[in-house]
Design a protein around this ligand. Structure first.
Ligand code: GLU
Length: 456
């Protein structure tokens, strides 16, 4: 049997971190088993579905390298087939017409709310045999006094008493099928063998298992991944910033970093921290997915991103960041040296870009409050000496700069740190930077002296 997984997003928003992780796990599971990974766009909600969002889902998945097999399935194209299935269930007495009006349902809902009980449709029309010329919805006849068993590959066995379940709607009064029916119909149509999705779908799964059964179909295997939580322990939502894949792409995060982070967010393989795509495919297993919600950690993601960022070769680095500086304006060797120096020593992408910016700036740079403090704490006599001695350097190389600064420190009974810090503060405006000797070399003598005089 060929393993077939699917990712089935609703195009009602940009692809977010949680969706991308679901897609990744489906992709890896399929590839590991030499199976197929399919993509289905669940666009039956006409109001909220936008092609703009479908496009974003495609772009983001391709960018992450989550390429799907076969053509994309659009759920909206299968609606007729879904309606036929609802009618088939009706004819087989496995579903029924419910004539309860919206007002009646609303009232029952309010009563339940007041009694602080969850609302459940009272199965009023379940055994009614007649016909009315009135609008109706089609509801499924849940097999009562029975139980439904889910053998989840992550959560283990979960059992539900069918009497707890509502006779849910499969066809609305406007003859549109509901998600519950469409998803079962399409999973069957696409020959999906494994449904891997967030555990927010757990209650849907029981209803879907019943539908599979009523339709006489073998259900796929289910695996429910615990949701991602924010640091404060709440469900990850839009409130926690816009966690779209697109946003990370725009912030120059690397797809390999995002993939690695998402892979480890809820799954692990011993202490192994970084996985190539091939390793992820061969090592991934559903048994390794944790049962507790994973916590989203932006710092960790940044750390992983920098791991990959530091591995980029010059060509890749330029192609990622070239829109941030005018490459043609600079000598190639200088630019290469500058980019590689900052690539190595930056703690984040924004740190890197900021560094390049202050290095290339022809204007006065902004000096941070902390940097100002450092300059103020240094004796005027030392500041003067720095300028005089640096001016004397004939051959402006990082080595000569280092020798000169060490001399000043030694002659004045100071640590090199006490000399380097005010210089760093003056030329970068910051209290951290790559090696100060290298920074000064790259800045050039003229520019260095200009910045020192201005700041001191
Ligand atoms: N379209 C559903 C969603 O975006 C997913 C359905 C499924 O995976 O079964 O949440």
């Amino acid at each position: 049997m060929t393993i077939i997984t699917r990712f089935a997003p609703s195009p009602t928003g940009l692809l977010h971190i949680g969706g991308a992780r679901t897609a990744l796990y489906n992709y890896l599971y399929a590839k590991k088993n030499n199976g197929k990974f399919k993509l289905r766009i669940e666009d039956t909600d006409r109001e909220r579905s936008k092609s703009l969002f479908s496009e974003d889902i495609f772009h983001s998945m391709k960018w992450l390298g989550l390429n799907w097999d076969h053509e994309i399935i659009y759920q909206s194209k299968n609606i007729k087939y879904h309606i036929n299935l609802a009618e088939k269930l009706l004819n087989e007495d496995k579903a029924y017409k419910c004539y309860s009006t919206i007002e009646e349902i609303e009232e029952a809902r309010n009563i339940a709310k007041k009694a602080k009980k969850p609302y459940k449709y009272d199965r009023k029309w379940r055994d009614f045999k007649g016909e009315f010329e009135k609008p109706y919805v089609i509801r499924v006849k849940i097999p009562l006094n029975d139980k439904t068993i889910l053998k989840d590959k992550i959560l283990g066995e979960v059992v539900i008493d069918n009497n707890e379940l509502e006779d849910f709607i499969i066809l609305r009064s406007d003859k549109t099928p509901t998600y519950m029916l469409s998803v079962v119909a399409d999973d069957k149509l696409m020959e999906v063998t494994d449904v891997i999705r967030g555990d927010d779908h757990l209650t849907n799964t029981f209803k879907q298992l019943i539908l599979f059964d009523l339709l006489g179909w073998k259900p796929p295997s289910f695996s429910h991944i615990p949701l991602i939580h924010s640091q404060d322990g709440n469900k990850l939502s839009k409130r926690h910033g816009d966690l779209s894949v697109k946003q990370y792409k725009e912030k120059l995060f690397l797809p390999s970093a995002l993939i690695n982070y998402l892979l480890r967010l809820g799954w692990g393989h011993g202490n192994k921290e970084f996985f190539s795509k091939e390793e992820a495919i061969s090592l991934f297993d559903l048994a390794g997915v944790g049962k507790a919600p994973a916590k989203f950690d932006e710092k960790k993601l940044n750390h992983i991103n920098m791991h990959y960022f530091k591995k980029l070769n010059l060509k890749e680095l330029l192609s990622l960041t070239s829109s941030y500086y005018k490459i043609d304006k600079y000598k190639k060797s200088f630019l290469n040296d500058l980019l590689l120096t900052f690539q190595n020593r930056s703690e984040s992408i924004s740190d890197y870009l900021l560094g390049i910016k202050y290095m290339l700036s022809k204007e006065d740079i902004k000096i941070s409050e902390k940097a100002k403090e450092v300059i103020k704490e240094t004796k005027k006599q030392i500041l003067d000496l720095i300028i005089i001695d640096l001016k004397d350097i004939k051959n402006w190389t990082s080595l000569n700069i280092e020798i000169t600064l060490k001399e000043i420190a030694k002659n004045n009974n100071l640590k090199l740190f006490n000399i380097a810090s005010p210089i760093r503060a003056a030329v970068t405006g910051k209290i951290h930077s790559p090696s100060i000797f290298k920074v000064l070399e790259l800045l050039g003598k003229e520019n260095t002296l200009k910045r020192l005089k201005k700041a001191f």
